[in-house]
Ligand binder design. Structure first.
Ligand SMILES: [Zn+2]
Length: 475
């Protein structure tokens, strides 16, 4: 009986009894109720499982960080395949992807006036080098785009410091990463167009212990590229204070960074084959590459091992899904999205039978929300309502449902009509570690990592078993 029939039955009952239908009709039976017992069993087993943490330990301590083009990333590609074969998964394979190679090289930044002081930095990914002797210039400060316009001609020949602080996290506003990160991505192009000789960007974090945060920078085709580096929030604040009091602040920036063509990498796939509809697929995954500092533990080793272990767990429990569940570990999320684009392109003919694509790329913290995204707004709203019902199965894991951005690696599948789902974790401390030397295994709580595994396993199982499709049909 679907919801409309229930409502009609309630109305008829009320009319037959001679009462006005002032009482709410009974709620329709939850569409996902038949899978409650399975989900409870999956959650219990996943919460007791430390297999994801064991995998993350290998990835972090034996391989370490893994930027596109590095030998370490290719060791991770081999490791992930071996691990998933050992777990008994099928169709384990690497699908070749050409990725950019950027090399950090040597880097230094010195304050020259008003007093000598070494400054802590990380070049931004994709940055060009300085001349061998470095770039020595006066620093001008912009807190936002308006400041940049006011500076006008004073930018020519200078180094622009973009000093826009990330606001403190609150549960209401979240981390506000998207709003704060813009100068890391576009600052070099904006300042370069106005004649700057280099840019420094305040690290994108609200809480710093003198740790610089890297990330990608993108040049504009019509502006000559200029060197770009992130500095700590502490040093950004210091330079801003000196400039604000009228000091002449000069620095010397030296980078030997190199954009070194392309390299071969791969997306890694593995499956639990469907028992009834093997050609229909639920994708779960994260990105295997990371920045070239730290261990890429939260970003996104966590998402990878949650997905890998979720599938291993279903296999261990003897659960063979109606549809195929496929783990995808994408390559090159951080500086190119070549893996995400390659997957959507290579599997274009299959996307109509992708019933959902789920990505976790927000660290190993308490699951807080699911985001849902579909190319059709009506279908998206319907999918959000369906997910709200599905999450009622997840005992002890209350999740908000949000209708927007669901993950960089699944995004290219949107045009193919695939329902995209993001697993979003609580983010009060994620950006303390994000893209830094401090994103290491010791920052990961094994129990919270297991919560992520539990969420992946429960969602993947239910979406693979439920005969309906997100956004398209109810049962
Ligand atoms: Zn990431």
């Amino acid at each position: 009986m679907n919801g409309r029939t229930w409502a009609l039955a309630a109305l008829l009952w009320a009319t037959a009894c001679g009462a006005l239908p002032v009482v709410q009709p009974p709620a329709p039976p939850p569409a996902f109720a038949p899978w409650q017992a399975d989900v409870t069993r999956i959650l219990t087993a996943a919460r007791a499982d430390r297999g994801a943490y064991a995998k993350l330990t290998q990835l972090c301590d034996d391989i370490g960080n893994r930027l596109s083009g590095s030998a370490a990333l290719e060791r991770a590609v081999a490791w992930a395949q071996a691990a998933m074969r050992a777990d008994g998964l099928v169709n384990v394979r690497a699908e070749a992807v050409t990725v950019p190679r950027w090399l950090r090289g040597q880097e230094s930044l010195e304050l020259l006036t008003p007093r000598p002081l070494p400054l802590t930095l990380l070049a931004l990914g994709g940055s060009v080098a300085t001349p061998p002797d470095g770039v020595t210039a006066e620093v001008v400060v912009a807190h936002d785009e308006h400041d940049l316009q006011l500076l006008g001609e004073r930018i020519r020949g200078r180094i622009v410091l973009f000093d826009n602080p990330m606001p403190a996290y609150t549960p209401e506003t979240g981390a506000q990463y998207g709003e704060t990160v813009r100068f890391r991505g576009h600052g070099a192009a904006l300042a370069g167009k106005l004649g700057a000789v280099a840019v420094l960007v305040r690290s994108v974090t609200a809480h710093s212990l003198a740790t610089p945060h890297t990330g990608n920078t993108r040049y504009a085709d019509d502006v000559a590229p200029i060197p770009a580096a992130a500095i700590t929030t502490e040093h950004a604040a210091l330079l801003s204070r000196l400039v604000a009091r009228g000091e002449r602040v000069t620095v010397r920036l030296k980078l030997t960074a190199l954009n070194d063509g392309t390299a071969q990498s791969a997306n890694v796939l593995a499956e639990l084959a469907g028992r009834e509809r093997p050609d229909e697929v639920v994708v779960i995954g994260g990105h295997l590459d990371s920045w070239d500092v730290g261990q890429g533990a939260h970003d996104d080793g966590a998402g990878c091992v949650m997905a890998m272990q979720a599938l291993a767990l279903l296999k261990q429990l003897g659960l063979q899904p109606r549809r195929t569940i496929r783990v995808v570990l994408w390559t090159n999320e951080e500086n190119g999205l070549a893996g995400a684009n390659a997957y959507a392109r290579v599997h274009a003919g299959e996307l109509a039978r992708h019933v959902a694509a789920l990505e976790a790329d927000s660290g190993a913290f308490r699951p807080e929300a699911l985001t849902v995204e579909l190319d059709d707004p009506e279908e998206q709203a319907k999918a959000a309502a369906q997910l709200a019902q599905l999450t009622q199965l997840l005992t002890g894991m209350p999740l908000a449902i949000r209708q927007h951005g669901s993950g960089a690696d699944v995004a290219p599948m949107k045009a193919g009509g695939v329902p995209l789902v993001g697993l979003i974790m609580e983010s009060s401390t994620y950006f303390d570690y994000h893209h830094t030397a401090a994103d290491t295994l010791d920052k990961v709580d094994p129990a919270l990592l297991a919560e992520g595994e539990a969420l992946f396993a429960a969602l993947a199982w239910t979406l693979a078993e439920w005969p309906g499709q997100l956004g398209r049909s109810t049962r």
